[in-house]
Design a protein around this ligand. Structure first.
Ligand SMILES: [Zn+2]
Length: 166
């Protein structure tokens, strides 16, 4: 498959979005170029985060924007989250043109590895916390639709079916 095709953005209904991702064990050049391409896609699509399954790669890799700088998260895990929750509209590149109110912790601390295999901590509140939690959800096959009521879910599923039919 050509590289460009492989990096096509996956939208809801694509089974890869539900698959649990594989941990990264080797920090090498192919990982770096993969991440580089993910960052490119994130910028092209005006996203504030992107998870590997969204570009067809079932691995524990995500990128998020922090102060307009891309941060690379390899094998990320949530270390701590505030009990204080906020409800905000949230979108996802895998659900084009859909924005739903989702309740998430206001603040979060995440442990991840960088491209050199060095462990680091990243914490964020507000939009950054939301982006971190959203992307880590992707790595566990969890999507924004899972947070919604059955009625809302049905509406979105039908919108997405229409999109697939196009
Ligand atoms: Zn998403």
């Amino acid at each position: 498959m050509p590289l460009k095709e492989r990096f096509k953005l996956r939208i809801y209904g694509d089974p890869i979005l539900r698959r649990k991702t594989e941990e990264i064990k080797e920090f090498n050049d192919s990982l770096s170029s993969l991440v580089e391409r993910m960052i490119k896609v994130m910028f092209e699509k005006d996203g504030i985060g992107l998870a590997a399954p969204q570009v067809g790669i079932s691995k524990r890799i995500a990128v998020v924007l922090k102060d307009n700088e891309p941060k690379v998260l390899i094998n990320p895990t949530v270390v701590e989250a505030s009990t204080d929750m906020v409800e905000e509209k949230e979108g996802c590149l895998s659900f084009p043109e859909i924005y739903e109110v989702i309740k998430r912790p206001r603040w979060v601390k995440v442990k991840a590895f960088d491209l050199d295999g060095k462990e680091y901590l990243i914490e964020g509140e507000g939009l950054l916390a939301r982006a971190l939690l959203h992307e880590i959800d992707h790595l566990d096959g969890k999507l924004i639709i899972d947070y919604l009521s059955p009625a809302r879910r049905a509406i979105i599923k039908s919108k997405m079916r229409k999109l697939w039919a196009k």
